[in-house]
Write a protein that binds this ligand. Structure first.
Ligand SMILES: [Zn+2]
Length: 267
């Protein structure tokens, strides 16, 4: 065994110091998620999708968002802001601005899907991407972006400028975390509710563009499907959804290195 020289002691000290510093900064990165902005899709003159019995997407999204806010506050001790508390029209660009200006840690946009076929059913969770998963995801993003573009005059054209912005975004930690958050929330919803699984997907949703924190959009079933609609209209269904999304948020924190138990999900 070689004798411990002064030089070796120096290197060991430097290495240990680096490890200690790295641990400290890692702990800083893993600061608890404190503020969540929930975005109930549509509102006011923008009714969103309308079901066969006249149920409006904007009303369902607000009900689910309010139920989720209660669970996130009571079970996880998080601060929650809704982009709208009532039936108000808020342009898409202002929704992420609420989250950015308040320094929110997470942004969750709540929507309900619709299809021509009454058989289409199930839940899908999206994060922002220029390269949509498939044509169906492109169509859905166009529908969700559509009213706002027509009303505000802001075109959500996916041109070269936006493509460059989004390609830059893909490199950011927030974007990487968006896919992790989408996966965590989606898996939790499907496991807890047993509803149809349409997967975690990517699409160019205007409401997610510009968010500087992990941001996802959840389509909580089809308003055009009587089973989905009935479930979303029921208090029990919304409670199930709120709890499963909140557990997904807790799981997201766990995946980033914080144990779920540390987050303090209180039963
Ligand atoms: Zn929608």
């Amino acid at each position: 065994m070689r004798p411990i020289t002064l030089k070796r002691i120096f290197f060991i000290t430097i290495t240990l110091s680096c490890l200690f510093v790295a641990t400290l900064s890692w702990a800083d990165v893993e600061a608890p998620v404190g503020l969540v902005v929930i975005d109930p899709g549509h509102g006011g003159i923008d009714k969103g999708a309308i079901g066969p019995r006249g149920i409006k997407e904007k009303d369902l999204t607000l009900k689910v968002a309010k139920a989720l806010a209660v669970v996130l506050r009571e079970k996880l001790g998080l601060t929650v802001i809704l982009t709208r508390e009532d039936d108000t029209f808020i342009p898409l660009g202002e929704r992420t601005e609420v989250a950015n200006s308040r320094g929110a840690n997470l942004f969750i946009s709540i929507h309900v899907n619709a299809a021509k076929s009454s058989r289409a059913s199930g839940i899908e969770t999206f994060f922002l991407s220029y390269d949509a998963t498939d044509e169906e995801a492109v169509r859905l993003a166009a529908v969700e972006n559509g009213f706002d573009a027509a009303h505000t005059g802001i075109e959500y054209a996916f041109n070269d400028d936006l493509k460059t912005t989004l390609l830059d975004l893909v490199e950011t930690a927030a974007h990487h975390d968006s896919s992790t958050l989408a996966e965590a929330i989606h898996t939790s919803i499907i496991r807890s509710t047993g509803r149809g699984d349409r997967g975690v997907r990517q699409a160019p949703f205007a409401v997610l563009e510009g968010a500087v924190m992990p941001a996802v959009l959840v389509e909580l079933g089809f308003i055009s499907n009587s089973s989905d609609e009935r479930w979303l209209l029921s208090k029990a269904g919304r409670k199930e959804l709120a709890h499963s999304i909140a557990l997904g948020v807790a799981d997201f924190q766990g995946r980033r290195g914080r144990g779920v138990e540390k987050v303090g999900y209180r039963k």
